[in-house]
Structure formats: C-alpha cells, structure tokens
Design a protein around this ligand. Structure first.
Ligand SMILES: NC(=O)c1ccc[n+]([C@@H]2O[C@H](COP(=O)([O-])OP(=O)(O)OC[C@H]3O[C@@H](n4cnc5c(N)ncnc54)[C@H](O)[C@@H]3O)[C@@H](O)[C@H]2O)c1
Length: 1621
C-alpha cells in the first residue's frame, strides 16, 4: 500500500470517506485491493482528463493488472449538458460495447456533474454496480459526492431523474483543487460556509478569520507531492484539509441520521430555498454556490425579520461569504449586469419556490438560522410568503400608525469609532470585559483575528452574539509562530491601531519578527508618519515592500516610550494608535504632536476619555502662562483595568430616527446608550432640535428619552444652526415639514418669513455627502407637497399640517442611508409612502426596517417597484431640433458676447444681446434703469425680456443674457424649461481673469458687493440652469476702444486664437447636432482609432499632441489616471475633482479638435478608479456630458438606473458601454460574453468588450464573435479587444475605435497595445490594406514638393502607399489609364491641367464646381460598388487657412482684399476670401479682359477690377489682405523694369496691419514679400509653400481619411525646399 496520511470520515456506519493530498497511488491501491473486479472504468470530463487522467493510467499500469482485469477510461465533454439522458446513454453504450459486467467498478473522477452522472449510471447499469467517487471540485468534495444522491437533468428541470446510490469510497484529494479555477473554488466554499453556519460555530470562526490562508493553500502549487504525508504538509494545506474534512463530517453525520432527507437532512438546504429559485433564473451564468450564497444571506435576513437572528450574525455571514469572493446580494454587479437578472422579480421567485421539494403543501419552508452554528428548528421552518416577499423586494412601504411598542426602549447600532477603541482597550486590559452593542465591522473582525494571532487576548460571544466577551491579555503579546503574517485585509483603522500594538510584542527567543500585511489596496494606503514616529522612538520597523505602506516587519522589542513626536496633521488615528498603546511603553510617554493643525481633535478627545474609563488618565499639557491647551500629552505607565462590562455608545446620528419617530407620532422613546456625556455631536439633536420643537426631553449622562407632543403639534424651529450635528439635518427637515406650531419665543424669524418656517443653516457640507443631501431633501419633500427653499448654507422648510401632505409619495433615496431613514420617519404619519431603495440603510443600520417593526412597532411591507424596461432612446440625441436657438449665460465678463458672436458666426445664425434688446425696448440704458427704478424692477423687466426673446426667436439665434438673470427664480424656471429643447450654454472663465476684466468696466451697474460673493452665489444657479458648459480660455478679451469694427470686440493676438474659433466651431456644431464631432463608426466606414493618453496631468503632452495623435480619430482621456500636482503622490485608487478634469479637457481642446473619449476605468476593470465610488463616477460623467465631451465610456457594471439617467441627458455625445474581463476566463464563443454584449448594446451607442487572450485562437474567436454580433439585428459597433501580447492580432483586426499607443507616451494604457503606424503596417502585411499609387499630374513638375509632402505622411502613418510625379504634355491616354488602374489611390492636379481633367471625372465637389477648377482627384465607390472619380479643390482651403492663422484678429472680418493676377489660382483666392466674409475684393490684372471673366464667374462676390495698384475705388478702404497669384519673376518693386509688374509701396496703405500672401514658390523672398518686409513690418507674410502645405494636408485627408501629421511633414518639406533653393 502506498504511503499517504489519510483522515477517514465515517458515513452510514462505514469509514468510506478518505481525505488527504496527492492520493492517486493510494486510491488505485485501495480500489484494487478492496474492490476486486474484472473491469475498472474511470469516467471523467475533458478538462479533468487533461490534468489528472494520466496519473491514474500510470498508477493502474504500475500494478500490472492480472490477465482477467482491465482498466478502461471514458472522457466526456465538461459541463451540465453532459448530465442528461443522452449523456447517460453514451456511457452505458460504452460499457455495453466493452462487455462490462455486473462486477464492474466505476470511478467517477471530476466535479459534481461527473459524480451525479456516473453515480446514476452505476445505480442502474446491470441493476447497479459498485462505484467510487473521486471528486475534483470543492463543491463535489464537500457536497455532491457525499450522501449518495445521483441524478441527471431533463428539459423539465435539474436532477429530476435519479437515485440514492452510495459509493463504495469517496476519496477526497485536496491537491486536485490546485488546478481548479478560483471561481469554482469559491463556488464550493459557499457550501463549506453553509455547513459551518448551520452546525459549527468554531468551524465558522476559522473560516471567517482565515480566508486568506485558505485561498493561499490552493494558489501555491505543491511540489514533489508535498502534503501527502503529515511531515511534508504545510500549515496552509493542513488548514484546507481540516476545513474540507470538517465540512464533510457534518454532512456525513446528517446523512447518516437521515439518509433519505425526511427531516434533519433538510438543514443542509440552508440558503437553498431562495438560492434555488435564483439559480433557476440565472443558470448557467451564475454558479450554484454563488446563487446559494445570495440565498443564504436572504434567508438569514428572513430569520432576522422574524426576530430570530441578530444583525451581528447576519453581518458575520455577509463578511465571511464576501471573503471568499461570493456575491451576497442580487445587486452584486456580477448578477445585476446580466440580462437574465431582469427575471428576478419577487413574484417570479416566489412562483419558482412553490415547486420546492421541501414545501409542505402550499407552505414554503426555509432553514432558519438562530445564531451562527445553530438553527431555529432541527428542520426547515414554514415561512409566510409575505415575509419572504418583504426580504426579496427592493422597496418598502411604511404603514403609518402609532408605534405599538411605545414607550420604546432600544439601543441603536454602536458607534464605529467607539467600537474600535473599546475592543482594543479591553484586549489590552486586565480582566474580563463584556462589550455590549459592539458594531461588528471589518475593522473589529480583523482586529480580533490579529489579537488572537498575537496571543494578546481571547474572545467569545454571549447572548446569541450580542455580547463579545473579551479576556484581556494585559498587553502581553507574542510573535505569531512559524513566520505567519498577520493579515488585515483592507481594514484601515485596524492597520493604524495595530501598527503600534505590534511594537508592544516582547522579545522572542527565535529572533522572529511580527509582519502585518493587507490586500493590494491596503498596501497602497499610507502609514508613513506613524512608522516614522515609532522608529524615531527606537522601534525597529521595516517596510517589506513599498516605502510608507504595509506590509511592515516589526522587531519584538517593546515600545521604548518617553518622548514621542508625531506629525498629526494627516490622521488622528495615528495619534489614537500611540495613545492607546502608550501605557505599555517601557518609560512613561510624552506625546508631542507636530506639523501644525491637528486634524479631528474630537476623535483624540474620544480616545482619551475612553482610556480614562479603562483606568488611565492622560494629561494634556497647558501653556503655563496662558492656560491654552497644547498638543502635548502625558501618559503614565500602567495597565488598563477592564470594567466588567462596557456599553458601547450608540451611533448618535442613527439615534435621531427613533427619537424623531417618537416626536412625530406623539409617543415615547428611550435610547439606552446615548446621553449628555456623549462625545458625538449628533447627541445634541434631542436637546437642541426636538425640545424646541415641543418634545419633552429627559437626558441623563447615558440615556436620552423623548416624548413627542400630540400628533400634529410640533413647533417650527425658526432659525437653527446645525453645524455641530450636520448629519442630523435630514431628520430635522422631515420633522419641520409637519411642524405647524409657531416657534418658541426668541426663535422666530423676524424678516417676514412664514411663521411655520424652519431655517436650517451650517450644513453646506451636506451637498457633498453620499448625494447632494440639501437638493435631495428639497426634491423629495416636494413629492409630499412640502415647500422648501435652498440657501447657500442650508435650506428653509415650510411646515404644513400632516393631513395636507400628499399621500403615495415614492421616495428616491439616492442610495443614501440617511435619506432613507429620514423619510421613513415622515412615512409613519403619511399614507402609502414608498422608500425605493431599502437596502441603502445597510451602510449604518442594516436591520433598520426590522427594528422599525420589532422594536418600535411600526409595520413595514415589501413593495415591488414597476420595472423600467426600455432605456430612453439609447442612441437618439436629447434634442431633435438642430436649429433650436442657443442661450448663453454666465458671469459678467466671462466672454458671453465674444463666444456668442463667434458661435453665431460659425453656425451662420443671428446673434442677440439681451442687454441691447432691453435698452431698445425701454429706451434707456441698463444702468439708468436700475438707478431710476431699482433692482427688483430691473430684474422683473429683464425676465420679461427673456420670455419675449424665447418666444420670438425659438430657432436660429444665439442669445446672450445678462449675468444677473439667474438671480430671479422666474428667470431660472424659464431657462430650465428652455433647456429641455434648446441648449443653454454656461460660459465659464477663470475668475481672476474676470476680475481683471471687470476692473475696467463702467458701462454696467456696479455690484455693490464683492464680486467673489456674487460669483459664489450665482455659480450654483448657473449650474442648475445650464445644459452645457463652455470653458472660455481666450486670454484677455478687451473692448475695442477705437476699433474700426466699432461694435465688435477685439481679441489680443494670442497664439491660440485659431484654436478658439475651431473650438467654438466644434463645440456648437456638436451640441446642436448640426455636425457632431464624431469619428465614422458605422459598418463599412474606414477603420477608426483613438489614442489612450496615460498622463496624470496632460500638460506635458500638449506640446506634442499633433505628433501623438498622428492618424487617430479621437483621444481617450483616462480620467481615473488624472491627478493634479498636489495629488501626484497619492498611491492607488483616486477620484480626481470635477474642476481638475474640466480644466484638463479645456486645455486639451485648445490643442486639438479631435473628439475626446472620456474614460473612468475602475480597479476591477483594469483602471484606478475606486469601484464603489459610483456617485462620484457619475458626477464626472455628467460633467463630461455638459462639456459636450464626444464619447463617454461607461462600464456596464455600474447601476442600470444611473446609466439610464446619463443616457437620457447625453445629447449628441456617444455612450461607449464597456465590459472588461481580465481573468482570461471569458470565452468569446461562450454565453457570458454575448450576454454582456446585449446589456452593453442596450445602453451604449458603441459596445466595448475587452477580454484576455490566452492563445492566438482567442483572437479568431473574437473575430467570429464580432462578425456574428454585427449581423445580428440591432447590432451596435463593437470595440472588441483581447488584452496581452497574445491578443495583439485583435487590436489589428478591430475596425472600430481601436485604442492605440504612441512611442512618445510614458506608458501603454494596456498590455499588448500597438501604435497606429504599427497597426497599419500589420494590416498591410496580412493583406487588409493593399498599397496604392498616388500621382501629381502637371507640367513642369520636376521640382514639386508634393511627393515629399505625401510620401513623408504615408511613411509616418505606416501606410504602404507611394506618391509619384506623372508629367505629361496633355491630359491624355496615360492619365486615363492611371485613373482606372485598380491600385489608383488619388491624384493632385496642377498647372496646366486643373480645368482639363474635369471631363474625365464623374462628379465634383460644390467647391470645385464653384471655383471651376480641380486640384484633387479622389477615387470613390458608387452605392452599387462601381468606381467613381470625384474632383475637389483644396487650393482655396490652403489660402483660407493661411490667411486665418496670419490675420491679427480672428473675430474681425477684413473689409477689403486685393488679388493680383486673374489665372486659375485667383479663382480659388476669390472663393477663399468670400468664405472669410471679406466685403470688397479688388482684382488687378495686366489684361482687364481676363479679369472680367473672373468677375463674371463670381457675380455675387463683390469683385471690383482696379486699373492701378495702390489706387482704390471711391470710398473703398485700403486692403488688409493681399494675395499675389502671378509668378514672382513677373513682378518688381522698381517702376522701370521691363516686362514686369510694378508693385508700389502704397498697396500697404491701410492703417491696420494685414496679411500678404504670395502664391509663387520661388524665390523664397519674392519682390512682394520683400516689399512688405521693408514698408509694412506689422503685416504678416505668407509664402507659397505654406499654402501648398495647407492644401496638401486637406488633400491627404480626402484620400486617406486621416489627418496629415502636419508638423513633421512641414519640416521635411521646408528642408527639401531649402535644399532645392
Ligand atoms: N448530488 C448532490 O448531492 C449534489 C449536490 C450539489 C450539486 N450537485 C450537482 O453538481 C453539479 C455541479 O458540480 P461542480 O460545481 O463540481 O461542476 P462541474 O462538475 O461542472 O465542474 C466545474 C468545472 O470545473 C472543471 N474541473 C473539475 N475539477 C477540476 C480540477 N481539479 N481542475 C480544473 N478543472 C476542474 C470541470 O471540468 C468543469 O468545467 C451540478 O450538476 C449539481 O446539480 C449535486
């Protein structure tokens, strides 16, 4: 017999369960020796076969079976589908074919599928043969293999046909788990946790505290069969084995007592009644154990609702299941994101439960837990449907009434901070201490585990887990044995407190050190200042990994003491950590806090006060002279004396709810754990809010009793400052809503407010809590018909008689516990109030609803909310009307007029200034009006003007309003209503600039108050009224004092002036939907790409943005990676502020008009954004939508409701709904990915799914998936990528918005990312991008710069194309042949063919048509696929762009321009000048006749022929734009050169500087440009090559659809030009 250490468990009287590790030889030995047979048939699935079958074959071979015996194996496909009638028949056929007889022994090697199936075959084959279970999944080991249940599935349901058939042996080999996927392991852990929960508290405690080790045991593969014998077994292996064996023992015991499941055996169904119903809906995507995990939690909640199980137990169960990565609620992202999750309605689940085998008749049965480790009955208990429904439902309805338990006496959940401190104090103290009302949290759990491991204390539970009994260790601690690390997960307070605790450990003989560590997140959280302080005091502490963070290795040398200096401006927990441990230092401690402002003093005071209760007095030093308290503390050397019991004070904020219920219902409530001695601010609520409202309040040091006045008799508060108790303002607000009595004397408001006003101030911070709580209260109170008013620092609530409040309100709770609990107070007096998200109370009071029923005596029902099925037009824009007028609002001086005019100009709309309209209407200036009639009259008149403007000009106008318009509520309402169908744009500008600008301003009424105050008051109103925000970074805008364009503003020349126009153009065309700034992403469009910017601050990228974005269609801003300078050092997850992100976007937009992809990737999806900060994420998304950011990437794991809200207001922006699975387990041909696609395509206009390639094949699978989805109905564009180097092919093949990197970027956004150029090269090599030929047609062209221009661009972009000279005498056969060749990519046309090529073309662009010349040929396809030759003209764009960027003033249109020459180029020049809006164009040509041809060709262009240069028509202004189109050699600056045109200096006569363009390429300095340099230094000069470049860029874009890399190409062309010159 081979050697292995086996642990045997007996079942049904036989020791047939054998547990160990690496057992294959042992199994084969045992089977052969004890189960003699002629045939051994091993059945397994392909997964397991590839890993473990060979070992069995070898073992059987080694035994050299006798001639009569044989070993056969049969491998079937994995998965539940094999567990079918067909699957069974297949195995039977195999057995029959191989003439197996009744003595056959079958071996079932695999998971539960194999076990159930093979077991059932064995049960019926030849009326039953012997079989052996060799489970390889954890689920099979602890559950399906034990008990003899075997079965197959049918289309009617799971496990419907089967038999009880006991195996001869069950071999549990835990080493198989090393190859099991982690999710399958967790799946099995659900059963392990379940068994412990119903049967064995010790077992449960071990599971609770040792999850990390248990995971470690399967994650570290064992070598050389280590673990087979006890001597080679690691502690982790031993633990794993004992957990499994422990679990099996329980099940074996239960099965033995009740083999056929008549009573006791039902207990193992804990979690299964609800779990099975969930599984029926979610299978196969969600695994059995995962469904049972949720089921256990829900069933535990049923038990809690029935008053049987404590919240402590529910909390322990929750945390324990979570520790094994199991879902614990239906809102878990893994479940909620599934389409099938829609089927989890309450009624549906109840219907499914009807057919549970456990039911007795119509009554449902659930295993009710009474505490951890025990059940209420020794069987499942009958539970009413209404109870189950209440647990399952998402919403609740509170039934109004008088609390039946009045006078109520209760304790609300313990305060978190006090719980953490009390636990540590009692553990360090002397004697036994019973902690009552402890808030059991991750921190306390972790601290208890750690203290046990350090042998610092011992713990046990009493009163069903309500009391924690702490046996204090008097500060004696030791290093955990065998180098075991103390694991703290992500429990922050525990880590801080325990760091100092570890220094207390006394020296050990072994020389080992104490190591504390945590999860990945914890390893990024700072602990530096505390470690510094302890090190400076002599403690020997090392950072094991990164500096300043856990893990820490601490030498056991005790804490030295005497003076300790600590920088206390970061966290008061560092201070508390040292204070709590200081009594155990070798010398008395003097703790000096350094670094200025000490943070959170109240928490330090709390620590000191609690230390006193445990017998130690801390003395805070005071300045001798002034008596002022210093930040210096003296702590004596002593041992804490544990009080026999310690009542943990209730959380004071929570206490406000039951007290308020007493107040509002006229009953009495006593909170037993909180009184006047409390250190918590909210403890004042009873005295300072309830008492003045008319309640009787009796408060002792430790208790508070409130008795409300008779129903309806609460008094309004008048004015109340709630700054010391901000969290309680929500409770005060709901009481104020029904407070109709006049305020107590002295509290009334004397400013004419209504007598029932409660004005709550000092709570501005509540705008940035879980939600904007002030807004939340205003909006939700409005549902009851209660009026309120928002104030800067709070709100006013106007009380109403209870009977006038509207019944039937459905309260949205914003996922904020306090909103939910506050409104449940109001709902005790108003009928049919529904609280929509009942689970949000879990944050601080998970059993609030149960306590409401069981402890207060107010009934609560479950309510199923109607499901919102469809998403508001996921791809449709918010406003259909692209011509709806635009309203511009913003602070005075923010540039409303400037931006308004510019936007009207780019849109071709009318601009209206409301101030001007006002003055026109009232025939007086705004200032005079105010002086005469006062502000209120002005505001009213102003609002009237707004109303008129909106009515009169609904379309085609840009209307700019005065800055103060938002001061008037009526005007705000008008704006908000308008925003529903037309854009209201808030122009935002840096306040310093505004202040500087307004300093000079005299035209408008003065504010009469500091401008910053005005700004702060109006800011929220602007935000509330606008639908878009435009950030104006124009630099200084000044009124033109003597400008020749008198009414217009002149912008000081700044390098980015063109970009402002571009930005205005892009922004307003986008938000109106006239020309959304989007990349082409429809099927059949060219491939598109975006660059992932991975900078924490994009400033360094801005200078290179053009180079970085070469070829791409959009830029992705990884918002989760953004960190402003001051937050640079912050490690780990981080939420950048909206202000910072806004600034980054504005900066980026000045440098590029490429659309932005706004991405906030969470940690779980490969980014840095905290996965639970949903509210913050959506705040950012909404900010992006307001800024008109073009693409917003939203992970589908966020809540559906929030995504829907975003979709509803996204405007013309595009939602990319994304899903990332980095595990490598997502199969592109599996069901899961398709389900993700379906969800994503419901919300998104584009779907993004990212997986990980394990091999090349995965890319092909992705490709097939993409094709399949594309052809499905409603298929959305898909960004489908496989991560990793193996996935590179997917990046090459993906057609839509592929993320790319660039060699200049600091890091790649994802492994395997390629650059744009790399992808183009790859596409060419795999035949997806054939090389094309491009030409220049003309004569002579030998010196053309165009080949340099285009070939450089091709090369930079990685395109395989070639651009060649094509010189011919005329447009003839050669050119025709080139045009029809299949590899023809496009052509430039130059002199003299710009007109001659036109007959060869099929169609012309409107511009080429108007100009009457073609310089660009583009091959296109007709809709039927046949080729089409298209002619365009880019010369005019070249001219226009050059003038625009050289013009000293963009907002201004030149009045007059001069064109010299009347050839083909002049046509383009005229067209360009018209586009620029130039009013008069003077044309000079030597022969007047050709000039006349041009005038006739452009009859509307205002072209005037002049006969002499320098002489302008009557009344005409001199030109500020001059364009020469004649060869330079034909011009001269002296009057007497023959055959040349004389250029007099008088052409530069204009008093304003302008632009002069010479289209001639040679020489570099033409006579015209030379003349300008001499006589018109302020003019900007443009050379012919510059125009060539600009038109070439556009040409390149027309051919390739890609932007030309301008900077690099220009450089190359200029160099070539210089060489040729
Ligand atoms: N008879 C019972 O009392 C009982 C109890 C619970 C569940 N079940 C049944 O069990 C089945 C589920 O069992 P399961 O969860 O074990 O699923 P399973 O048998 O499908 O196994 C899960 C997956 O893990 C793979 N796998 C198994 N062992 C592996 C290993 N060591 N390394 C790598 N991969 C491995 C399998 O190939 C499979 O893909 C269901 O059909 C369920 O009805 C029966």
């Amino acid at each position: 017999m081979s050697i292995a250490d086996i642990q045997k468990v007996s079942i049904l009287g036989k020791e047939s369960i054998h547990c160990g590790l690496h057992l294959v030889p042992y199994i084969v030995d045992t089977v052969l020796q004890t189960l003699p047979s002629s045939t051994y048939v091993l059945v397994t699935d392909t997964n397991v076969a590839s890993l473990h079958l060979a070992a069995f074959q070898t073992a059987f071979e080694e035994h050299k079976l006798s001639a009569q015996a044989r070993f056969l194996s049969y491998v079937i496909p994995p998965g539940e589908t094999s567990k079918s009638r067909e699957g069974k028949a297949e195995i039977e056929d195999f057995l029959l074919l191989n003439t197996c007889t009744r003595d056959t022994v079958m071996l079932a090697l695999g998971g539960g599928v194999i076990g159930d199936l093979v077991g059932f075959v064995a049960a019926t084959f030849m009326r039953g043969v012997r079989f052996v279970q060799i489970p390889t999944t954890l689920l099979a080991m602890v559950d399906s293999s034990v008990g003899g249940k075997t079965a197959i599935d049918t289309p009617h349901g799971k496990n419907l046909i089967g038999a009880f058939w006991q195996p001869e042996y069950i071999f549990i080999d835990a080493a198989f788990l090393e190859t099991l996927p982690a999710r399958e392991f967790s799946n099995g852990m659900a059963e392990v946790v379940k068994t412990a929960a119903i049967w064995n508290e010790d077992e449960f405690s071990a599971l609770e505290s040792r999850s990390a080790e248990i995971f470690a045991a399967i994650q570290t593969p064992s070598k050389d069969f280590s673990g087979r014998t006890k001597s080679t077994r690691s502690p982790a292996q031993q633990l794993l084995l004992s957990v499994i064996a422990g679990s099996i023992s329980v099940k074996a015991h239960i099965v033995t007592i009740d083999e056929r499941e008549t009573g006791l055996r039902n207990l193992v169904n804990f979690g299964h009644t609800i779990g099975h119903a969930i599984e029926a809906v979610l299978t196969p995507t969600i695994l059995h154990g995962e469904c049972v995990s949720v089921g256990m939690l829900l069933e535990a909640e049923v038990a809690r609702q029935l008053g049987v199980l404590s919240q402590v137990a529910v909390g322990r169960l929750t945390r324990c299941l979570k520790a094994y990565n199991l879902p614990v609620s239906l809102s878990d992202a893994r479940i909620a994101s599934l389409p099938a999750a829609k089927g989890l309605g309450v009624q549906k689940l109840l219907d499914i439960m009807k057919i549970d085998k456990k039911n007795s008749g119509p009554h449902k049965k659930i295993v009710i837990l009474s505490r951890i480790g025990a059940t209420y009955e020794q069987k499942a208990t009958v539970v009413a449907d209404s109870v189950i429904a209440k647990t399952l439902s998402e919403a609740v309805k509170v039934i109004p009434g008088t609390p039946t338990k009045s006078p109520v006496r209760m304790a609300t959940p313990g305060s978190k901070s006090i719980s953490n401190r009390a636990l540590l104090l009692a553990a360090l103290g002397k004697g036994t201490c019973r902690l009552k009302n402890l808030l059991h949290s991750d921190d306390t759990q972790v601290m208890m585990n750690a203290l046990v491991e350090l042998k610092g204390a011992s713990f046990s539970w009493e009163d069903n887990g309500e009391t924690l009994v702490v046996q204090g260790g008097e500060g004696s601690l030791s290093v955990p044995p065998n180098g075991k690390e103390v694991y703290l997960g992500n429990a922050g307070t525990a880590a801080r407190f325990l760091t100092t605790v570890c220094t207390l450990v006394q020296s050990s003989a072994t020389g080992e050190r104490t190591v504390i560590t945590g999860n990945a997140r914890m390893k990024q959280r700072p602990i530096g200042p505390l470690v510094d302080a302890l090190r400076a005091n002599g403690s020997d502490i090392n950072y094991v990994e990164s500096q300043g963070c856990l893990p820490l290795s601490v030498a056991p040398a005790g804490l030295k003491g005497s003076t300790i200096q600590l920088a206390a401006s970061v966290s008061s927990q560092y201070v508390s950590s040292i204070l709590l441990c200081a009594p155990y230092a070798q010398d008395p401690v003097t703790l000096e806090l350094t670094g200025g402002q000490v943070i959170s003093q109240p928490y330090i005071d709390m620590t000191i006060a609690m230390m006193k209760t445990f017998g130690i007095n801390v003395e805070r030093q005071a300045d001798k002279a002034t008596g002022k308290l210093l930040d210096v503390y003296h702590i004596p050397r002593a041992v804490y004396t544990n009080p026999s019991s310690y009542n943990i004070e209730s959380d004071a904020s929570s206490a406000t709810y039951p007290l308020a219920i007493a107040a509002i219902t006229g009953t009495t409530c006593t909170i037993a754990n909180i009184g006047s001695a409390s250190l918590q601010g909210d403890a004042r609520f009873a005295k300072e809010v309830l008492e003045p409202m008319g309640c009787e309040v009796v408060q002792t040091e430790t208790e508070t009793t409130v008795t409300g006045p008779p129903l309806g008799k609460l008094k309004a508060l008048g004015y109340v400052d709630m700054e010391p108790m901000t969290d309680a303002f929500l409770t005060a607000s709901v009481l104020a809503a029904v407070a109709t009595g006049t305020p107590l004397q002295g509290r009334e408001l004397t400013d004419g407010s209504r007598p029932t006003t409660t004005r709550i101030l000092g709570i501005a911070n509540q705008r940035v809590k879980e939600c904007n709580r002030i807004r939340a209260m205003i909006d939700q109170l409005a549902k009851f018909g209660v009026e309120t008013k928002e104030l800067d620092d709070g709100l006013e609530v106007y009380g109403k008689p209870i009977q006038e409040l509207k019944a039937g309100a459905s309260i949205h709770c914003y996922d904020d516990h306090r909103v939910a609990m506050a409104f449940s107070v109001l709902s005790t007096v108003v009928k049919d109030t529904v609280l929509e998200e009942k689970r949000c109370v879990e944050k601080t009071w998970p059993n609030w609803w149960d306590d409401l029923v069981n402890k207060i005596g107010i009934d609560v029902e479950g309510v199923e909310l109607p499901v919102s099925h469809s998403v508001a037009s996921a791809s449709g824009p918010a406003t259909e009307d692209t011509a709806a007028s635009i309203i511009i609002i913003g602070m005075r001086g923010s540039g409303k007029t400037y931006i308004g005019q510019l936007s009207a100009s780019v849109l071709g709309w009318q601009f209206l200034d409301a101030d001007a309209v006002f003055e026109e209407k009232h025939q007086t200036g705004v200032r005079e009006f105010v002086n005469k009639h006062g502000w209120p009259a002005f505001r009213a008149a102003e609002t009237e003007v707004l109303q008129e403007l909106i009515t009169k000009h609904p379309k085609g106008y840009v209307i700019s309003l005065g800055g103060g318009i938002v001061e008037t509520p009526g005007a705000r309402d008008l704006l908000k209503a308008f925003a529903k169908h037309g854009p209201v744009v808030h122009v935002v500008r840096d306040m310093d600039e505004v202040v500087e600008y307004l300093g000079e301003e005299t035209l408008r009424p003065a504010y009469g108050e500091p401008i910053m105050d005005v700004f702060q008051r109006r800011e929220p109103w602007f935000a509330e009224c606008c639908s878009y925000v435009f950030v104006n970074r124009t630099g200084s805008v000044r009124s033109a004092v003597n400008g020749h364009a008198d009414t217009q503003l002149v912008v000081e020349a700044s390098p980015s002036q063109n970009s402002i126009r571009d930005e205005v153009d892009r922004f307003f065309h986008h938000i109106t939907g006239q020309r959304p700034n989007l990349a082409p992403t429809k099927t059949g469009d060219r491939r598109t790409y975006f660059l992932s910017l991975t900078y924490p601050d994009i400033a360094p990228a801005l200078a290179h943005i053009e180079e970085l974005t070469t070829g791409v269609d959009a830029i992705e801003l990884r918002v989760d990676m953004l960190r402003s300078q001051k937050d640079f050092e912050r490690p780990g997850s981080w939420i950048p502020s909206v202000a910072y992100v806004t600034d980054q976007i504005a900066a980026l937009r000045q440098k590029t008009s490429l659309p932005i992809v706004f991405t906030t990737r969470t940690i779980s999806q490969g980014g840095q954004f905290p996965p639970h900060a949903e509210a913050e994420a959506f705040e950012l998304f909404h900010a992006a939508a307001r800024m008109g950011v073009e693409y917003i990437d939203v992970e589908i794991s966020w809540s559906e409701k929030r995504i829907q809200e975003l979709v509803a207001r996204k405007g013309h922006s595009v939602i990319i709904a994304s899903w990332h699975d980095w595990s490598g387990n997502m199969l592109w041909d599996g069901k899961e990915v398709e389900a993700k696609y379906q969800i994503a395509s419901k919300f998104g206009d584009i779907v993004k799914i990212v997986g990980k390639a394990n091999g090349f094949e995965d890319n092909l699978a992705l490709h097939r998936f993409a094709k399949r989805m594309q052809s499905s109905t409603n298929g959305k564009p898909l960004i489908g990528i496989n991560m990793g180097v193996e996935g590179q092919l997917s990046r090459i093949l993906n057609p839509t918005l592929s993320p790319v990197s660039h060699p200049l970027l600091p890091s790649k956004a994802a492994p395997g990312q390629l650059s744009f150029a790399e992808i183009q090269t790859a596409l060419h090599l795999i035949g997806q991008s054939p090389a094309q030929r491009f030409y220049i047609f003309g004569n002579p062209i030998a010196h053309s710069m165009s080949p340099t221009l285009h070939n450089t661009a091709f090369q930079i972009l990685g395109l395989p194309h070639k651009y060649e000279l094509f010189e011919t005498q005329s447009v003839g056969e050669e050119i025709k042949a080139a045009l029809v060749s299949p590899d023809f990519g496009g052509a430039s046309v130059t002199i003299p063919f710009k007109l001659d090529v036109i007959p060869l073309l099929d169609s012309l662009s409107p511009e080429a048509e108007a100009i009457g010349a073609v310089n660009t040929i583009v091959p296109r396809k007709k809709s039927n696929g046949s080729p089409l030759l298209y002619g365009d003209n880019t010369d005019w764009i070249g001219i226009l762009e050059c003038i625009r960027s050289a013009l000293p003033n963009t907002a201004q249109t030149p009045d007059a321009a001069l064109i010299i020459g009347a050839g083909g180029t002049s046509r383009a020049a005229i067209y360009a000048l018209r586009q620029l809006g130039v009013k008069a164009i003077y044309l000079y040509n030597r022969t007047r006749q050709s000039a006349e041809v041009l005038v006739n060709a452009f009859p509307d262009a205002g072209v005037v022929i002049i006969d002499e240069l320098g002489t302008w028509p009557e009344g005409g202004r001199p030109p500020t734009v001059i364009i020469s189109t004649v060869p330079a050699s034909a011009t001269s600056t002296s009057p007497n050169v023959e055959n040349t045109l004389y250029l007099p200096s008088s052409i530069f006569a204009s008093q304003y500087p302008g632009v002069v363009v010479d289209m001639a390429y040679k020489p570099a300095e033409t006579p015209l440009l030379g003349l300008a340099a001499d006589v018109a230094q302020k003019w900007n000069r443009v050379r012919g090559v510059e125009v060539l470049l600009e038109q070439g860029f556009k040409q390149f874009y027309l051919w390739t659809g890609r932007r030309c890399p301008k900077r690099a190409v220009s450089e190359r062309v200029w160099n070539a030009y210089a060489r040729a010159a």
